[in-house]
Design a protein around this ligand. Structure first.
Ligand code: PAF
Length: 295
């Protein structure tokens, strides 16, 4: 048997795929008998290099990585893209195995939400603004499924992308509040060569929209630099909104400078901040965020 070491549990081995929670328990018991530290990467599939960076970080921090692929219906509001969300389990499984994942949990909806399921987890305050305002109920769906997955997998460490900054902050809060015994690690956003943050939803963009999309990170970076150089925050944010509209975004849901942990707006840069933005290109919403004053 392979000697356990950091990330050694599955380099080049076949990855097990389980769909039922009893199978997951059995597979985890076998894995735990081989390795002391397990990392967890929850995903909704349609994997890209950003997800694989989470796996790589997991392998750096633990002996084996367990991933999940589950398109969670409760985090989509009625009328959102749940039905058309890209599903490509075979390709995802190949990518995860190639990245060194030991185990993939790919449950059905009934497995995660069995008949009679009646519990939800909601993180008050942090869930209300920004994405929470644009997508009511979204973060309760996220918090509920993340809690359920963490309790099923019981990892030592779980990895989340900084791309969804508000989600990361909410997950950290719920883990602290519920005293879940897991260390949450945020992993920096992976970007295309031109700077666009990788996202499974980028697949929805037409060629023309993809060309416009790059304005989002460019405007955020320029806005961060202007605020750091002393431009009035409200003025810089208004200019960012205008620049996104001028670039061709059909709507700008928000561009805000916030405290990175409380997510409350900052009227001035009196501590490190985070720019959060969401903007629409046709029916696709793009999110991004940028550090301000903390480099
Ligand atoms: O970030 C995601 O892909 C999802 O919100 C998550 C954390 C897997 C929960 O469904």
């Amino acid at each position: 048997m392979r000697k356990p070491g950091k990330g050694a549990a599955n380099r080049g081995d076949d990855m097990d795929i389980v769909r039922r929670t009893e199978e997951l328990r059995a597979a985890l018991a076998q894995l735990r008998a081989r390795v002391p530290r397990v990392a967890f990467v929850p995903t909704m599939g349609a994997l890209h290099a950003g997800h694989l960076a989470l796996v790589a970080e997991g392998l750096a921090r633990a002996d084996a990585v367990v991933a999940s692929v589950f398109v969670n219906p409760t985090q989509f509001a009625p009328g959102e893209d749940f039905d058309r969300y890209p599903r490509q389990e075979e390709a995802d499984a190949r990518a995860l195995a190639g990245a060194g994942c030991a185990l993939l949990f790919a449950p059905t909806v009934e497995e995660i939400y069995p008949p009679g399921f009646a519990t939800s987890v909601s993180v008050a305050g942090l869930s209300d603004a920004w994405e929470g305002k644009a997508r009511p109920g979204h973060f309760t769906g996220v918090a509920t499924v993340v809690t359920r997955l963490l309790l099923l997998v019981r990892p030592d460490v779980a990895l989340f992308g900084e791309k969804d900054w508000q989600q990361l902050v909410i997950v950290r809060r719920l883990v602290a509040d519920l005293a879940l015994p897991v260390h949450i690690v945020g992993v920096p956003t992976v970007r295309d060569a031109d700077g666009l943050a990788l996202s499974s939803r980028n697949a929805y963009l037409s060629c023309k929209e993809r060309r416009i999309a790059v304005a989002l990170p460019q405007v955020l970076q320029a806005t961060a630099e202007r605020i750091e150089a002393g431009t009035d925050v409200a003025h810089a944010l208004a200019a960012a909104r205008s620049a996104l509209e001028a670039a061709g975004f059909s709507a700008v849901d928000y561009v805000a400078l916030v405290d990175p942990e409380t997510l409350r707006p900052l009227a001035r840069l009196d501590r490190p901040g985070r720019l959060l933005a969401a903007a629409r290109l046709g029916s696709t919403r793009l999110l991004d965020n940028w550090p301000v004053g903390s480099r």
